[in-house]
Design a protein around this ligand. Structure first.
Ligand code: ATP
Ligand code: MG
Length: 342
């Protein structure tokens, strides 16, 4: 805010070369009065003229500053600068040059961020419609074939209905994952944290996957969990994490098995899910956490995997203030691990 007090007024005089000149003139006039003895009324008049002069000079100065600033802001608005270094203010405004430059940099970085968000959003929408189209078209195909006569063909009618039903399930899973991920990204993930006994919890979670592992003749093994270890987290959400990690491990392993380890550390418990499966090539290791990313798109689509599992895992662990780590060797196996506070 501009300070109109006498301090500002006299500091304007001090900064203004015209002001200094007028002030010197005023001094000369006083000396003339002293020497020649002009009447006191003339002195008052001179004083008034002097003040009027000063006032108009300070208004002129203020207008000049405003005009310069207006010009600079218009150039910023019209994107006429390529970088902040191009913003150079005249010497009488040099005091605020660095502030204007940093304001410009902040606006630029906010705009870059907004553009990136917009790109991500439209890519996401594109992916969603693409992913929805596949199961919908497949279901539509089976239904139309049935309507056009296949319904009476005992060799295929049940098979087509089963396939349509399987794709309806895939569609339902995809929609549930999409709802989950958009809630998480909108910051609406409700977590209910509590302490739980690690041994009981992980035994019960792992046991649920024994039938799936047995179907593929894989060994599913939970190493001995420290019996007194209590961990802190949202049990339901951590179950979602474990489900995706164990399901992935079973899905991408053909021989050998899946092992789960819970180790006690000084301030946390470290949970590791490792398998002896196909592994992930190093160039994909960073990408597997992206939404809809699948190493083998054709195979995953056929199986109805949405490719959202690890993106959801990452969000959940972020919300727990922890992160997921992955190590993998092609054709040897993969191991995912994360920590929970104890
Ligand atoms: P969804 O989990 O949504 O059903 P998905 O399992 O394909 O589908 P993610 O869990 O996000 O999706 O995994 C992304 C990709 O990472 C998988 O498609 C797969 O290519 C690779 N991947 C994940 N876990 C493993 C693993 N244990 N071994 C080998 N590849 C894996
Ligand atoms: Mg998965």
């Amino acid at each position: 805010m501009i300070n109109h007090s006498s301090g500002y007024y006299y500091s304007t005089i001090a900064q203004n070369k015209w002001g200094i000149a007028a002030f010197l003139t005023f001094l000369v006039l006083i000396i003339i009065w002293g020497v020649h003895g002009i009447g006191f009324i003339y002195l008052i008049l001179l004083f008034l003229f002097y003040n009027l002069g000063m006032l108009s000079l300070s208004i002129w100065e203020k207008n000049k500053r405003t005009e310069t600033l207006k010009e600079i802001f218009n150039k910023i608005k019209n994107n006429e600068y390529e970088n902040s270094g191009e913003i150079v203010l005249p010497s009488y405004l040099s005091g605020i040059q660095s502030e204007i430059r940093s304001m410009y940099e902040k606006i630029q970085s906010d705009m870059d961020y907004m553009n990136k968000l917009e790109k991500v959003r439209s890519e996401f929408l594109g992916n969603v419609s693409h992913e929805l189209r596949t199961p919908i078209f497949t279901i539509q195909g089976y239904i139309e074939t049935l309507i056009n006569g296949a319904i009476d063909d005992k060799n295929v009618n049940k098979q087509f209905l089963e396939k349509a039903s399987r794709h309806t399930n895939n569609l339902n899973n995809l929609l549930n994952d999409l709802i989950d991920i958009s809630m998480m990204e909108a910051g609406q993930m409700r977590l209910s944290f509590c302490y739980f006994n690690a041994e009981e919890y992980f035994s019960s979670v792992v046991n649920e996957f024994i039938p799936q592992a047995e179907k593929k003749s894989l060994r599913l093994y939970l190493h001995k969990v420290p019996s007194k270890l209590q961990l802190f987290g949202d049990k339901e959400k951590i179950k979602q994490v474990m489900t995706n990690l164990i399901q992935n491990a079973i899905r991408y392993t053909e021989t050998g098995g899946v092992e789960i380890k819970v180790e006690e550390e000084e301030r946390s418990g470290k949970i590791t899910v490792s398998d002896t499966g196909i592994g992930i090539a190093p160039e994909y290791l960073d990408r597997i956490f992206e939404r809809f990313f699948r190493v083998n798109k054709a195979r995953s689509k056929e199986a109805g995997d949405s490719g959202l599992g690890l993106a959801i895992v990452k969000h959940i662990l972020d919300a727990h203030g922890t992160k997921i780590e992955v190590q993998s060797k092609l054709n040897e196996g993969t191991s995912f691990s994360f920590r929970l506070k104890k």
